[in-house]
Design a protein around this ligand. Sequence first.
Ligand code: 13P
Length: 239
Amino acid sequence: MKFVVANHKMNMNQETIRKYEEALQEQDSTHVKLIICPSMLYLSYFQNESYALGSQNVAPIEQGSLTGEIAAYQLAEKNVKYCLVGHSERRIRLKEDADLIKEKIKILLRYNITPILCIGETKEQHDLHRTALVLEKELISCLKDIPSEKMDEIIIAYEPIWAIGTGKLPSNQEIANSIEVIKEVMEKKYFVQSKVLYGGSINPDNIETLEQIKNLDGYLIGGASLKSDTLKTILRKIQ
Ligand code: 13P
């Protein structure tokens, strides 16, 4: 069963969310594992059994004083089962580094929330054929010190930075190669068979092409997940 993770980022408001949520309830998504990651403020609007709830962020400390952050125990209380970590928007704009990402992963695992670790190369790294190196380096730095018995609980999302919100996608062959690199690192270094998702400019027109990639375990969708009809069309095209 493929994962489909909807990352709403900072979009939607009370009214649009109510309609969206209603539309999702009518959706038969039993053939996929649908995970909705709304804007934090609206986590409690999404408490339906037809999908799982994901967070877009978690505090890098377990509890205590950290103004503006949300702790893993609070997310767990709201029925959050998954959490994005290492998204390039946070790495770039908020300067989140591998040490911080690693702390978040550790805490999430303590609260039985599955981390979805996002990694991916820049356009420049892609053009210099450094993708495999970048992916390996990001995996190793973000997963340092994670207890080995927990390693198989982590999902990896391959999101080339240059493909996010740009309408540009790598070729199927390039995506398959990157997924293979990630799976190989996870297997050889940590002895686990990890689930790996692809994210970046997915839409109803390209999902069928992406579906031809054999080693893919699912998708992380931004813009195209914001309209319930568009998301439903994508879901229908996933096997
Ligand atoms: P888009 O699907 O809008 O390119 O965003 C991808 C993404 O960043 C999901 O986390």
